[in-house]
Design a protein around this ligand. Structure first.
Ligand code: MOS
Length: 766
């Protein structure tokens, strides 16, 4: 089956000369031919290999660690434990005023303590001449523990959940009116419990680090979503200036949030390189990723909805319990979408947390909304059935004009249009609402729908743009490429802004020596870089214009500038006013002209951060900004085995301007694929006796394979968001939201069964 489907063209006006076009990735050839180098592929003379030894208890103290057997393995260079490891500094305290402090994966000072805080915590590192020797020797390290009582069961701990505190970045609760009273008074209502399991990121490239010390200077090759955070975190832990560290990460083989924080493997590779005086590489095994990189929280959610007979919501309640590790992790915004999707008379959302002796949770594609939309959108479907209303009609009756809780304006909201577009392409009108009423031979056929929703935001991004006399343009910004096509999109934007050919633009990214970029997260990278890049291009055009006016021989010499504001593609190339960038630079005798937006000096960075916080808070007061969409799916359920196959998908999205029709569709489609995994198979199983993950690998943690995925028709409205750079909203995460609910709703339509506990495995349908 093919994943390639026709895209609906963006509306005219939303695209530029290049923006909007389905341009091939600039690095596609390098990636498919193997020329692209990932973190574990940098050769160094004398390179050594490291492997981790993981604790087998959830909480306790190491009483003995026997390393002789490991040390005796031929080729072993060092066995590093808490008994011989050099001191590292503790993780810096978390503060929203220092964003890189958010990079702390866990607060454990690895190998600097005999304490164990989760089952799987690294307790030793073996360094050897070969990968095989390191892995083998690691199995020979014998550790004994004094075990302490540990709290590891999410469900058992749920009654002890504590309300989430609000901070500058997120709020743990919100309300309008008395939602409980409105619910009690509602003529039609549902009051439902949903549960979702822990999920783990399974990037195609497991986490890997290559670390090289040269005196007090450190080079780290790392697949990361934030080179600056890795640099700053390592500086804090190893007590050296950030300026002495270079983090190089041009290619990241998928991440989904799992490569945003700095985890044990990275820190311990750097430590191992320091101890052995050798360049050291650590490639985590898949199991090593599960044991040392946090996953998505499990959740328990209540969604209660009340409506009048007219199908208007009078009450919406959404509460959640999620998990954090005692050593780190944070709240996931499970109720986020419930604050914005429906115009209910009264609303109550509240998030609570349990703290467990487990590895920190961490962000994973649409943290919060991916599982929050499952509960909300499945509950909405149940209520629509009770009201005997088509679920799309129900949503249209409750679509708000303004943000429901506080009346803020939506920066952009075309959910109605997304439903109309999706319903048309999907053929929703052919659906007969009665559960079990549609069949194809022996298969029960079901059709389901759900809303997608993900907030959008922007981070600071420092950018330089250099225009050279040969007509080439160099864009430099330390952003990240984990598969999204970031460099391609930014090259399109720069080429349009400057009026140069796409091929003339080169983009450098993924390196901490570059101007500090945004992290790849929160679906905000493209907009963040674009905002600064557009400013830089404007600045560059003005500087060129000024240079031309001063140079004798330019057709622009002495000309008034008022009418000459540079327009996309117009000013400098034919049929412009007969002046070109190359001629201006040649006449001025300059090899190039470069402009910068943002500064990486100490003061510059502080100013940048203060500006970001001010803009973030101002934006949040003025607008509700988000991407949204409508997910349509068709499933087939085997009535005898309960097997669920997803047979058709249409996703219609309001994501503002689409920069690259090919890569954006791939992002949205990838989110839907991941959502299908969440709905039907993905589940991290934690042993309730000892907190150990029981299925740390793809053999037993099932992600969808190609044969599980139907053709996915992704379409979008293409209407620009006037509050965002070029009108783009961000496509990384909205695709996964609503997916699990659409499937659960389709399964109900096929079978009459409501499964409110993910994943929807066949045992739950028999
Ligand atoms: Mo995403 S979870 O912000 O990488």
């Amino acid at each position: 089956m093919t994943l390639t489907q026709a895209q609906s063209p963006p509306r005219p006006g939303a695209s530029g000369r290049l923006v909007g076009k389905p341009i091939d990735r600039v690095d596609g050839g390098a990636k498919t031919s193997g020329a692209a180098r990932y973190a574990a592929e940098y050769p160094y003379p004398g390179l050594a290999y490291a492997a981790l030894v993981h604790s087998t208890v959830a909480r306790g103290r190491i009483t003995g660690i026997e390393t002789a057997g490991a040390a005796a393995v031929p080729g072993v260079l060092a066995v590093i434990t808490h008994e011989n490891a050099p001191a590292m500094k503790p993780a810096p305290p978390m503060s929203v005023l220092n964003l890189s402090s958010l990079a702390t994966g866990t607060r454990v000072n690895y190998l600097n303590t005999d304490e164990v805080h989760w089952n799987g915590q690294p307790v030793a590192v073996v360094v050897a001449e070969t990968q095989d020797a390191a892995l083998h020797a690691a199995t020979l390290v014998r550790v004994t523990y004094e075990e302490f009582a540990a709290t590891v069961g999410f469900t058992a701990e749920e009654p002890n959940a504590k309300p989430q505190k609000s901070d500058m970045l997120q709020s743990g609760s919100a309300s309008k009116g008395d939602a409980e009273a409105a619910l009690a008074a509602a003529p039609v209502s549902v009051d439902l419990r949903f549960t979702t399991p822990q999920h783990n990121h399974n990037a195609i490239e497991p986490h890997a680090t290559t670390a090289v010390w040269d005196g007090d200077r450190l080079t780290v090759h790392e697949g990361t979503q934030n080179v600056a955070w890795v640099r700053d975190h390592l500086a804090a832990r190893f007590g050296i200036p950030a300026g002495s560290i270079r983090v190089i990460s041009p290619y990241v083989g998928g991440a989904f949030g799992g490569k945003t924080m700095v985890w044990a493997g990275t820190i311990l590779t750097v430590l191992a390189a320091r101890v052995t005086g050798r360049p050291v590489r650590m490639m985590l095994t898949r199991e090593g990723v599960y044991r040392t990189v946090g996953g998505r929280t499990p959740s328990a959610q209540r969604v209660a909805l009340g409506a009048g007979a007219d199908g208007r919501l009078t009450s919406l309640i959404h509460t959640s319990v999620t998990q954090v590790g005692r050593v780190g992790g944070g709240p996931e915004q499970v109720t986020s979408q419930s604050r914005h999707l429906y115009d209910a008379g009264a609303i109550l959302v509240r998030q609570s947390l349990v703290e467990l002796d487990t590895l920190s949770n961490t962000i994973m594609r649409a943290p919060g909304e991916s599982i929050g939309t499952f509960a909300l959108e499945a509950a909405v479907d149940e209520l629509a059935y009770k009201l005997d209303l088509d679920p799309i009609e129900f949503r249209m009756r409750n679509e708000p004009e303004r943000n429901p809780i506080d009346g803020k304006r939506f920066a952009h909201r075309m959910l109605r249009e997304a439903y109309a577009l999706g319903a048309e392409r999907f053929g929703w009108s052919a659906r007969t609402p009665e559960p079990g009423s549609m069949r194809d031979g022996r298969w029960l056929v079901g059709m389901g729908v759900a809303s997608a929703y993900h907030p959008s935001w922007q981070l600071p991004a420092n950018v330089t743009v250099r225009l050279s006399a040969d007509g080439t343009v160099l864009v430099r910004c330390g952003f990240h490429e984990m598969g999204m096509g970031g460099a391609t999109a930014q090259a399109q934007i720069a080429a349009d802004a400057l009026g140069v050919p796409f091929e003339a633009v080169r983009v450098e990214y993924g390196d901490s020596v570059l101007p500090t970029g945004p992290g790849a997260g929160g679906s905000g990278q493209t907009a963040s870089v674009a905002a600064s890049l557009l400013t830089a291009c404007e600045k560059l055009k003005r500087s060129m214009l000024a240079l031309a006016r001063r140079s004798s021989g330019s057709p622009l010499r002495g000309r008034r500038l008022n009418g000459l504001r540079a327009r996309d593609g117009g000013l400098w190339t034919e049929p412009g006013p007969g002046e070109t960038y190359a001629a201006i630079l040649a006449r001025a005798g300059r090899p190039h002209l470069e402009v910068a937006v943002g500064s990486d000096t100490r003061v510059g960075a502080m100013v940048g951060q203060a500006r970001f916080m001010a803009k973030f808070l101002r934006d949040r007061r003025r607008w509700m900004k988000a991407a949204c969409g409508a997910q349509f799916c068709e499933v087939r359920v085997d009535p005898d085995t309960g097997e669920v196959r997803v047979s058709r998908w249409v996703g219609a999205f309001d994501v503002g301007t689409v920069i690259n029709a090919k890569t954006a569709a791939a992002q949205l489609r990838g989110g839907i694929v991941m959502g299908i995994g969440m709905a039907l198979s993905e589940e991290t199983l934690v042993d309730p006796r000892n907190g150990r993950i029981m299925n740390p690998g793809l053999g037993e943690y099932h992600v969808p394979v190609h044969a599980d995925i139907p053709p996915i028709d992704v379409c979008y409205l293409g209407d620009p968001d006037p509050t965002m750079p070029l009108g783009l909203i961000g496509v990384g995460e909205v695709g996964i939201t609503g997916v699990a609910a659409a499937i659960a709703n389709a399964v109900h339509h096929a079978t009459g069964r409501r499964v409110r506990d993910l994943p929807i495995t066949l045992d739950k349908l028999l």
